[in-house]
Design a binder for this molecule. Structure first.
Ligand code: PLP
Length: 392
């Protein structure tokens, strides 16, 4: 670890899944200006692309960075990869699956949904059945870590079901890439997408598509959008080394620093292990305080964890948020529709010492609010039972 702790600018720790707390070195990397056309910056773009491809270790994969937040890159991938006469099946179990559905509908691509509600994971057998039932489906869209609940979906069994049915797989690996290994030999995909401000620990400003070169080459002229055409962006980068329109130069500089730090830490296994230790300290500490997680241990991701809110009437999320912020932590509201919850992320420049302080801050905040009982509402226990049944 580099600059831990605390953030040297006095800002609170971000327990949010991106933007997240970055290192001082990443922030310092932005303190100069680059010309987008200049050879120095073109070399930076080439290095960024090469390093990301190397993380997957598959020479048939190429990298297309795309300006914008992660959703812009998802839209770019979907619009470029799913043909106008194709049909996508989205495996949805949370907000990001629903966003992929909305994205496809907005661009007028035919879309089917396997909707598992707020958290239950799509299983390989269900995917296989859905593909048998609907032979018109050409592409399956899977969310790797569904950040809205924190569940790590079973990507490998999904990928095999898709491959066995002869369909193509597109993966939203936004919040997992860089911390959870994805082996292209075990997860056959056409493309996956992530962004600068998640597990690589850069700042927001662009996303990137890692796609099979032959698939990308075959997708010319498909995109619904001029600026989000991943094939055109790729062709320009291959031809001139440049982004088509103004690149986020400072964000790219910060990202290169973040990539070097990622490698120095030990790459994907070490990054994932640190996040996993963060989660373990957090979850154990919160359980000691009487909190319950939405998901059983096996389905917890190293990225972010959902906790049920205490049913005690003295608990109020807005007050809890403010009390945590005073103590130096920015937390995240829950996204469950039926039960009150909140989320704590464990990615970014955080370690177990910081997570122990988070637990301490939670205990102090509860005392300040007068919360005596951290047990969740009965509806939460029903939700947990539902989780256990769906995961059995
Ligand atoms: C963060 C995230 C996105 C992209 O969100 P943006 O706010 O557009 O950056 C997409 N999918 C998942 C799973 C995410 O975690």
């Amino acid at each position: 670890m580099h600059d831990l702790p605390p953030p040297d600018d006095g800002a609170p720790w971000l327990l949010t899944p991106g933007p997240l707390t970055t290192s001082a070195a990443v922030k310092r990397a932005m303190l100069r200006d680059w010309g987008s056309w200049d050879g120095d910056f073109r070399a930076m773009t080439a290095e960024l692309r090469a390093r990301l491809v190397a993380m997957l270790g598959d020479p048939d994969v190429t990298c297309v960075p795309m300006q914008g937040s992660g959703s812009f890159a998802v839209e770019s991938m979907l619009g470029t990869m799913v043909p106008r006469d194709g049909r996508a099946l989205v495996l949805a179990n949370g907000a990001y699956g629903q966003r992929a559905v909305a994205t496809l509908r907005t661009m007028g691509r035919p879309v089917a949904v396997l909707d598992k509600g707020d958290f239950a994971p799509p299983r390989g057998a269900e995917v296989a059945a859905a593909l048998t039932a609907d032979p018109a489906i050409t592409h399956v869209v899977a969310i790797h870590c569904e950040t809205s609940s924190g569940i790590l979906n079973p990507l490998e069994e999904i990928a095999w079901a898709v491959a066995a049915a002869g369909r193509r797989l597109l993966v939203d690996a936004m919040s997992s890439f860089g911390a959870v290994a994805i082996d292209p030999a075990r997860v056959p995909f056409d493309a996956l997408v992530s962004s600068a401000n998640k597990c690589i620990e850069g700042v927001p400003g662009f996303g990137f598509i890692l796609a099979r070169r032959d698939v990308l080459a075959a997708s010319a002229g498909r995109a619904h959008s001029l600026s989000l055409d991943a094939h055109a962006q790729w062709a320009e980068m291959e031809r001139s080394g440049q982004w088509r329109y103004t690149p986020p130069t400072h964000v790219v500089a910060a990202f290169l620093q973040a990539l070097q730090d990622h490698a120095a830490e030990g790459g994907v296994p070490a990054r994932g292990a640190r996040y996993g230790r963060n989660r373990d300290v957090l979850v154990a500490g919160m359980r000691d305080l009487g909190f319950r997680t939405l998901l059983p241990d096996r389905w917890l991701s190293p990225i972010i964890t959902t906790f049920f809110a205490p049913a005690d009437p003295a608990f109020d999320f807005a007050r809890f948020y403010a009390a945590m912020k005073v103590r130096g932590f920015v937390i995240y509201p829950g996204k469950l529709t039926e039960v009150e919850s909140f989320r704590l992320g464990h990615i970014g420049q955080l370690d177990t010492a910081v997570m122990a302080r988070v637990v301490q801050a939670v205990a102090e905040s509860l005392t300040e609010m007068g919360v005596r009982d951290t047990a969740p509402a009965p509806a939460a226990l029903a939700a947990q039972r539902q989780v256990e049944e769906s995961l059995a």
